[in-house]
Write a new protein. Structure first.
Length: 224
């Protein structure tokens, strides 16, 4: 998908953010979210009435901080497929547009957090359609198969193998359960080929650790 420059430059300088450990969003992918906390229900409703964007970002720390620090890079997504449930939840899907750097977190009166963004480093990023040459699909899929085998998991390899390089790499980076720091490193990889190589290495290390009795695992929380 190509994006006109005027669309990129129309991205707002301030966005609401959804801090969620173990969950990243990348350009060209989509992330389903089950929203139930009052502050994030408010965030979704406000965003829908505004620019329809929410930034996904990972918090730092061990999860016990009241207001944890945020990593410096996240990814913004546009809200789609909105469904309100009878028990008060909102189900949405975020479509990844572009990464951003946080220049500052704002003091706000809203119950959710907001940041000032810098989009400039990611002009070559949007919307998941560029920079995929150089991906070694065979090595990546071999590493994925080895990882799945050690975990006793299965996958639809035909569906995976049919995805374009950038969507394959970005989607796998999102759905494979890895540690927060590893997820962040994948998010911050400068290009899709670099992300692919890092993901391949992480999968191979996780497989080796599993054989050695160490299980690399971080919960994949997609609800808040």
């Amino acid at each position: 998908m190509t994006v006109e420059s005027k669309t990129f430059e129309a991205l707002p300088s301030v966005i609401p953010v959804f801090p969620l450990a173990g969950a990243i969003l990348l350009p060209g992918t989509s992330l389903p979210l089950n929203i139930f906390e009052p502050r994030y229900l408010r965030m979704v409703r406000d965003a829908i009435e505004g620019h329809n964007l929410i930034g996904m970002i990972q918090p730092k720390g061990n999860g016990h901080e009241t207001v944890p620090d945020l990593y410096g890079t996240g990814c913004v997504g546009s809200i789609s497929d909105v469904q309100e449930t009878d028990d008060g939840r909102i189900l949405i899907r975020l479509k990844g547009l572009s990464r951003f750097d946080v220049t500052e977190e704002l003091g706000v009166t809203t119950p959710y957090r907001q940041v000032r963004t810098n989009w400039e480093p990611y002009k070559a990023d949007p919307w998941g359609g560029t920079g995929s040459k150089g991906v070694d699909r065979d090595l990546l899929l071999s590493a994925l198969k080895g990882y799945l085998d050690t975990k006793g998991l299965d996958a639809d390899f035909d569906a995976i193998a049919s995805a374009p390089d950038d969507i394959l790499v970005n989607t796998l980076s999102m759905i494979v359960p890895l540690a927060v720091q590893e997820k962040q490193a994948l998010l911050e990889s400068a290009t899709v080929p670099e992300r692919s190589l890092l993901l391949q290495n992480l999968l191979e290390m996780a497989s080796a650790d599993s054989h050695g009795g160490t299980d690399h695992h971080s919960p994949d929380h997609r609800s808040h």
